[in-house]
Ligand binder design. Sequence first.
Ligand SMILES: C[S@@+](CC[C@H](N)C(=O)[O-])C[C@H]1O[C@@H](n2cnc3c(N)ncnc32)[C@H](O)[C@@H]1O
Length: 349
Amino acid sequence: MPAPLYEADVADGLEALAAEEVRRRLQPHVSMEPVALRGAVRFRFGDAPRRLFDLKTVLAVFQLHRLDVPRPRALLGDQHWRALCTAAAAIVHLHPPGAFETFYLSAAGAHTATMQRIAEGMANHLGLRRVQTPDEGHFLMRIRRPPEGSAGWDVLFRLTPRPLSARAWRVCNYPGAMNATVAHAMALLTAPHPDDIVFNPCCGSGTLLIERGLIAPAARLLGCDIEPAVLACARENALAAGLAERIEWEAWDACQTPLPEKSVDVILSDLPFGGLVGSHAENERLYPAFVQEMARIARPGARGALITHEVRLLNTVLEAQTAWRVEQVLKVTLGGLHPRIFLLRRQVW
Ligand SMILES: C[S@@+](CC[C@H](N)C(=O)[O-])C[C@H]1O[C@@H](n2cnc3c(N)ncnc32)[C@H](O)[C@@H]1O
């Protein structure tokens, strides 16, 4: 019997990074499978499914059942239905009692009589209350046509009652907070090293620095934000992440820090986009001053990873200077936003 098949949702643009994490964490029990979908990674995994809860660059992991049936109604046929019920119940049993309370079915035509019977039947089998929005759903079931265009139907069950991107450490919510899986990916892209002095200007609620701190030790982890109130939020999150002792938070203007010249190895920042936080006019002043200050405090050879929606503005600012070389630009799509991650290297003069 082949190992069970899984599919993970990932931010569109970070598939390669997520696939690398899947391989790294799960070898030798994993084999990658092709997938004709953006924002997804597919693999077979032959060890305890609980190990999949540790994945940090994926939004959510689903068990995938590809069934050779002509239409969804056939899923209710005795043999398929029993197998699906057994698989779904096994997922619920991976968690403590009461972890799942609600059930949500996502499917094109979810309102049709057949889909309603499937949803009702599965919710009843699992003893869960049906809800009408995915955010409220603990147990998520998806039904779809195979995206590869092959025959049959796919049934997917999410393995966890909350997406993996919803980190347990996030006890203080901040409206402009980054998705933690994207933050994790950005931190990985700076090739974390235990000797790094890592600076996170414009840290907000601390997502980037906390994810970096959870990946590997560092010589110093330092975050700053101009809003003192948001630093209280970052402190609460760091405490919940077990990093309270390791991260320093400062109420500084990122464009004028007291840090010495050439003192930082890594700069990680989620710049104000001018949407929820800041405005385009403010950003036109902020971005050049920010890039200049980062060039002052970065050691020659330092790595930078900046994420922003203000792609044209950041491109213009970076083209007008020579201190930072742009090594890679990654386009990410998530929740209707299309920010880019700029990977930079401080030049040696
Ligand atoms: C997009 S938010 C960062 C969100 C953060 N990554 C998180 O997950 O919570 C941008 C942050 O930049 C801060 N900011 C704006 N101008 C700043 C400046 N000149 N110096 C330092 N922080 C600044 C804002 O207060 C805001 O918290």
